[in-house]
Design a protein around this ligand. Structure first.
Ligand code: GRG
Length: 318
């Protein structure tokens, strides 16, 4: 959409190959972490697999792994893989619940019928519950270790992920999103409306993206200052991601997105394009990605894939 992705450093594989390889590793690991019968009743196991192994960009787990790679290229990704998968399980649960008739009432996700359409509402609620709960089992159990330093990292990761996903993070953001909006008031007070929109997205979308990057940093053994730099990067990245999401809802098509396009306008939602127009939305998205790159430089995190991932988030078409 805006500018080319960052050039690879000499000897590095292209970003697309890196993303593809990391996604494949995540999908293998997700498959291993998912509960199976007879412990898990068959219909629940099936609905959880249906939602979790249905593709998706895998932005959050790849971000966890790329952050860990940037900090400890040798061991970081292996240490962070369980957290990466747990975050994707939480993200997927949020999509399953968001699609329910009581929330967004959508019938298409990741290019196929939503879980409640395929398995019924009760099973969709329970599949989401199962994914959320199993995510915390994965965080607590893996990597299996007696090393007190790694045990400490796991505990800090659990706290950070719970904060990103919970009442002060994604769940709280969803609550703000379902409050009725006064579109006329938003038009009268555009600055206040924009601040409210940003605050909602910081929680609903941004908090889990921050937790994804933060988990990678913590599991790879980053110091406090580096964790803070990663957090600043991810906060800007989350905002950029969301603005692009709003733009794609207007400009994208349902087949490419794998979810229903044009829903925001149909639902009368306040979005970046509805508040500031498409052109200014693009400027804001590029600004957020520029801020993300600056946060990396300020934190001395120049190596690795994080800058290129920021460019990819801006350029994405689905
Ligand atoms: C139900 C507790 C609860 C929360 C739902 C994330 C969320 C909160 C709702 C999803 C609705 C939505 C369209 C949010 C905008 C940004 C977003 C999170 C898009 C979906 O994430 P992607 O694009 O999806 O990373 P894939 O399928 O690629 O993983």
């Amino acid at each position: 959409m805006i500018r080319p992705a960052a050039p690879e450093a000499a000897g590095e594989q292209p970003l697309a190959a890196y993303l593809q390889a990391r996604r494949a590793e995540v999908e293998d690991a997700l498959d291993r972490y998912l509960p199976v019968t007879p412990d898990c009743p068959e219909p629940l196991a099936e609905a959880m697999r249906y939602s979790l192994l249905a593709g998706g960009k895998r932005l959050r787990p790849v971000l966890t792994l790329a952050t860990a790679d940037a900090i400890d290229p040798d061991r970081g990704a292996a240490l962070a893989m369980p957290a990466a998968c747990a975050i994707e399980m939480i993200h997927t649960y949020s999509l399953v619940h968001d699609d329910l008739p009581a929330m967004d009432d959508d019938s298409l996700r990741r290019g196929r019928p939503t879980v409640h359409v395929a398995y019924g509402e009760a099973m969709a609620i329970l599949a989401g519950d199962g994914l959320l709960t199993e995510a915390f089992r994965v965080l607590a159990r893996w990597p299996v270790t007696d090393d007190p330093a790694v045990v400490d990292r796991k505990l800090r990761t659990v706290e950070r992920v719970a904060a990103g996903a919970g009442a002060g993070g994604m769940v709280g953001g969803q609550v703000l999103d379902i409050q009725p909006v006064d579109a006329a008031a938003a038009r009268r007070q555009p600055a206040a409306a924009r601040a409210a929109l940003r605050a909602m997205h910081e929680r609903k979308t941004g908090a889990l993206i921050r937790a994804a990057a933060g988990a990678g940093a913590i599991m790879a053994g980053a110091d406090k200052a580096t964790i803070a730099a990663v957090d600043a990067y991810a906060a800007h990245l989350g905002l950029g991601f969301q603005i692009v999401d709003d733009i794609l809802d207007v400009e994208g098509d349902t087949a490419a997105l794998g979810k229903t396009a044009g829903k925001d306008e149909a639902a009368g939602k306040v979005t970046y394009p509805s508040l500031v127009g498409l052109e200014q939305s693009r400027v804001l998205a590029a600004g957020a990605i520029g801020d993300a790159r600056r946060a990396l430089r300020a934190g001395g995190l120049k190596g690795g894939r994080l800058a290129a991932i920021a460019d990819w988030v801006l350029a994405r078409t689905n």
